[in-house]
Design a binder for this molecule. Structure first.
Ligand SMILES: NC(=O)C1=CN([C@@H]2O[C@H](COP(=O)(O)OP(=O)(O)OC[C@H]3O[C@@H](n4cnc5c(N)ncnc54)[C@H](OP(=O)(O)O)[C@@H]3O)[C@@H](O)[C@H]2O)C=CC1
Ligand SMILES: N[C@@H](CC=O)C(=O)O
Length: 431
């Protein structure tokens, strides 16, 4: 019985997990697909690098061509990262009739449709389950499990690194830099962690989720993004005091055929299930018109969890090979994209202001909000050390983004306001 031959691009955090699962689960794979699975070659950047697991050095190569042009290799697994040259490697591999499995959300968010089209054209599979939420089978859940439903909203934590950082900062008061280093050491962060902390990694995942969930081509540039770098200890303390937990939340919502996709630090009521998703764990709520509310939960990053998704894609590809039905992993988007305008996006907002400490200031601020029909759900007014200043911390009732941005602009120009310290979205009381 001929073994399925794999070429692996990358042997880092995810790649080493893939090797481990394929080697340790041979019996299970054999049972699932009816033939052995063998990794033939592995592309790395540095052959002499010390690795904390055993690997036959003869399997390692510095030349991608040895994998892409090898006619014996059936499936290319890409876990090296990068965009432009990685895209060229995968396009060439597809044209050489190799099936592709990738964990690369940077690539899929930017060039997913082009790669999927090329794969379909060449009768090849292209699966990318690990690109969103690591070990959680969310893409298959959307595309297969909820295939019969109309998805209206997806909301969740889709970046393990930032969830790890926010958990440690708010629960234990750990310093940001220290926890980021820990997340890097644990293999959760991207090679350049800026993508994690600036929200870009989560935005790529939300673009992929929204494209699949809404059958609409959502581009990365359609996602509004704010990361966690400006969150302060004071913000976390005030959030707690008001009964909230801060999380980096991605939302993709659709009303009629208009959509909003965003990633931003968000306050959730402490009892909200997403508020209790901690460390590197991810969770995504998916609301369907027929099914109602579903929640997908699990490890969002790390070697073996992510590799589990990669190898599950491999099993799917091999089953398709046995049935002779490869090349059907892409479904063309069904709907035209129409993004919501700021006056169609509604939320509550947390706002922290430093104002002049004088009689009547609070009433004047309230009046400014009231002019835009925005009222407050919670409010704290506190003296601060700075001379002549007071701090106001408030949470609004639901308001349109347009109204809220107009209010912020007026506050910036108001002589009573010394400083707008921070503002965050507040979610979680309604679907
Ligand atoms: N880490 C995680 O938890 C998750 C990661 N992902 C995605 O999986 C992919 C891999 O991530 P991860 O394993 O963490 O990354 P690592 O940095 O740990 O590993 C990258 C691997 O690719 C090799 N490599 C990188 N660039 C090149 C190049 N130009 N030529 C040849 N080899 C190269 C490296 O070689 P060498 O070993 O010699 O340095 C290394 O083995 C990324 O797309 C990431 O976004 C997805 C979900 C979760
Ligand atoms: N850096 C990513 C890895 C998985 O996609 C994360 O932290 O979620």
């Amino acid at each position: 019985m001929k073994a399925i031959s794999i070429g692996l691009l990358g042997l880092g955090t995810v790649g080493s997990g893939v090797v481990q699962i394929i080697n340790n689960h041979q019996d299970k794979l054999m049972h699932q697909v009816g033939c052995p699975v063998k990794i033939k070659k592995i592309l790395v950047k540095n052959i002499d690098k010390a690795r904390d697991f055993e690997i036959d050095r003869n399997m390692l190569t510095l030349s991608a061509d040895e994998i892409i042009d090898d006619p014996e290799i059936d499936v290319v697994i890409e876990v090296m990262g990068g965009v432009e040259s990685t895209k060229e490697y995968l396009l060439r591999a597809i044209r050489n009739k190799k099936h592709i499995i990738t964990a690369n959300k940077d690539l899929m968010a930017l060039y997913g449709s082009e790669l999927l089209e090329e794969a379909t054209h060449n009768g090849c599979d292209l699966f990318y389950e690990a690109s969103v939420a690591g070990g959680i089978p969310i893409l298959r859940g959307l595309v297969d499990g909820l295939a019969s439903d109309r998805i209206t909203k997806m909301m969740g934590i889709v970046n393990g690194t930032t969830n790890f950082i926010l958990t440690k900062m708010s629960k234990y008061g750990s310093p940001y830099e220290e926890v980021l280093t820990e997340a890097q050491q644990l293999g959760y962060a991207e090679s350049d962690p800026t993508a994690d902390v600036e929200g870009l990694d989560a935005a790529r995942k939300m673009a992929i989720l929204a494209t699949l969930g809404f059958s609409m081509k959502i581009d990365l540039s359609d996602v509004s993004v704010k990361g966690i770098t400006s969150i302060t200890k004071e913000d976390l303390d005030y959030s707690k005091r008001l009964g909230y937990t801060m999380k980096l939340i991605g939302i993709a919502s659709r009303t009629d055929e208009k959509v909003e996709v965003s990633v931003q630090p968000t306050l959730l009521p402490e009892a909200h299930p997403l508020a209790n998703v901690n460390d590197e764990y991810n969770a995504v709520y998916v609301y369907g018109e027929a099914v109602g509310e579903t929640m997908f939960y699990g490890p969002g990053a790390g070697s073996l969890p992510t590799a589990t998704s990669v190898v599950s894609d491999l099993v799917m590809t091999m089953k398709n090979m046995r049935l002779g039905v490869n090349g059907r992993s892409a479904a063309a988007p069904q709907f035209e994209k129409c993004l919501k305008k700021p006056d169609e996006v509604y939320s509550k907002y947390f706002l922290r202001l430093h104002v002049k400490d004088e009689v009547g200031v609070f009433a004047k601020i309230t009046t400014l909000f009231a002019k835009h029909s925005v009222s407050f759900e919670k409010i704290l007014q506190l003296p601060i050390k700075e001379k002549d200043s007071a701090e106001i911390v408030l949470v609004t009732h639901r308001a349109s983004l347009q109204d809220y941005e107009n209010i912020l602009n007026q506050l910036k120009d108001n002589a009573l306001v010394h400083n707008i310290k921070s503002t965050y979205r507040v979610e979680g009381d309604e679907a």
